[in-house]
Design a protein around this ligand. Structure first.
Ligand SMILES: Cc1cc2nc3c(=O)[nH]c(=O)nc-3n(C[C@H](O)[C@H](O)[C@H](O)COP(=O)(O)OP(=O)(O)OC[C@H]3O[C@@H](n4cnc5c(N)ncnc54)[C@H](O)[C@@H]3O)c2cc1C
Length: 332
């Protein structure tokens, strides 16, 4: 246990933003998702500022190394980044050369690139994150293959006794209309029963994990085997590096309302960082990808017919019921 005072710049959920160095009282520090060693590393890294000739994004410098708490024990923090809005513009100007001269501003060029799916200039920016997340969230996240990952090894190290237990407002029943979603929040005795099951099952599994490992000076079961007894809500950690184009793709899918809450909150935390890192690119992404919709050929035809005054129905649209429902959700 470190005895040194611990300092950290952090964003606290539902609370005020603290930029700069903040001292955490002992009580508050107990609820932080970072270990004492990690907090000390962050302090040391933030105190070790280096002059650089590289492009620096002031908005991102504030986030560098600091931890954004997510869920009950998780976090996301920026370990490193490369490039800024001007790196995107610079790369585009190499590929377009004199052809970009008519473009009014850097922001206009970035919007043009986003609008026309000219994606490679966005790949010139990179980000490396340290993420602590429940294993079942990691299984969704790892499906995004266009990233580089290093995960905490439960073959070498013993996992901490930390489990994701949903907050009461997230403890919802299976949705009756969406097979992949949640319905009403559980109440009263049922909510208490489920919470108790989640906690006791996780605790018992961890107790058995510990007892299998190595006890009373005896050689226990190998860590790589003992871990198979642990539940999917235990926390893992990884370094995750990707480029801005693929990060936008990840955010488009995972910061979306259809994504599961537990991964969405990570995506939303990352989106806030990206907004500060590359404000022009993020603005274009928000407008064209998050805020925009993709129309099929049939969708365009239906819109034209409607604008001409025709009352189009699902049957006369040529769309399936699902397509029609999604179309009406957007256009009424
Ligand atoms: C709401 C939601 C529900 C989902 N439900 C399920 C589910 O029920 N079951 C399930 O298995 N998955 C599910 N997924 C995962 C989903 O199918 C994708 O695997 C995941 O979103 C990663 O997307 P991606 O492949 O586009 O991303 P990445 O792997 O990051 O790839 C980015 C892009 O790179 C290209 N690319 C990458 N690798 C290849 C390759 N080998 N070959 C060709 N092109 C490649 C593709 O264009 C791809 O779109 C779900 C995802 C979401 C968001």
């Amino acid at each position: 246990m470190l005895k040194m005072p611990l300092y950290l710049a952090v964003l606290r959920p539902g609370g005020a933003k603290y930029w700069g160095t903040v001292r955490f009282p002992e009580e508050e520090r107990k609820t932080m998702p970072l270990s004492d060693d990690q907090l000390a590393d962050i302090t040391a890294a933030r105190e070790n500022a280096q002059p650089t000739l590289r492009a620096v994004a002031p908005g991102m410098e504030q986030h560098l190394y600091t931890a954004q708490p997510v869920l009950d024990h998780g976090f996301v923090r920026v370990i490193d980044y490369m490039g800024d809005d001007s790196a995107i513009v610079q790369a585009a100007r190499v590929s377009y050369g004199a052809g970009t001269k008519h473009v009014q501003s850097d922001e206009g060029l970035i919007r043009y690139l986003m609008r026309h799916w000219h994606s490679t200039p966005f790949e010139m920016c990179e980000i490396k994150l340290h993420v602590k997340l429940p294993v079942f969230v990691a299984r969704q996240w790892i499906r995004h293959r266009t990233a580089n990952v290093n995960e905490y090894s439960a073959r070498y190290s013993i996992l901490d006794r930390e489990f994701y237990i949903p907050a009461p407002e997230q403890l919802a029943a299976q949705s009756t209309v969406n097979n992949q979603g949640r319905g009403e929040v559980l109440q009263g005795e049922e909510a208490a029963r489920v919470l108790e099951l989640l906690k006791t099952d996780a605790g018992r599994a961890y107790d058995h994990y510990q007892s299998m490992l190595s006890q009373d000076g005896q050689q226990g079961l190998a860590r790589e085997l003992a871990r198979m007894n642990l539940p999917a809500n235990i926390y893992t950690q990884w370094y995750w590096k990707t480029d801005l184009h693929n990060l936008f793709h990840f955010l488009r899918l995972r910061a979306d309302s259809h994504a599961q809450y537990e991964i969405r909150v990570y995506a939303e935390a990352i989106a806030e960082m990206v907004k500060d890192w590359v404000p022009a690119a993020y603005g274009a992404f928000e407008d064209y990808r998050m805020g925009g919709v993709q129309l099929s050929g049939k969708g365009v035809e239906v819109l034209k017919r409607r604008l001409a005054g025709e009352a189009v129905t699902q049957e006369s649209s040529g769309m399936s019921k699902g397509e029609w429902r999604e179309f009406v959700e957007v256009f009424g």
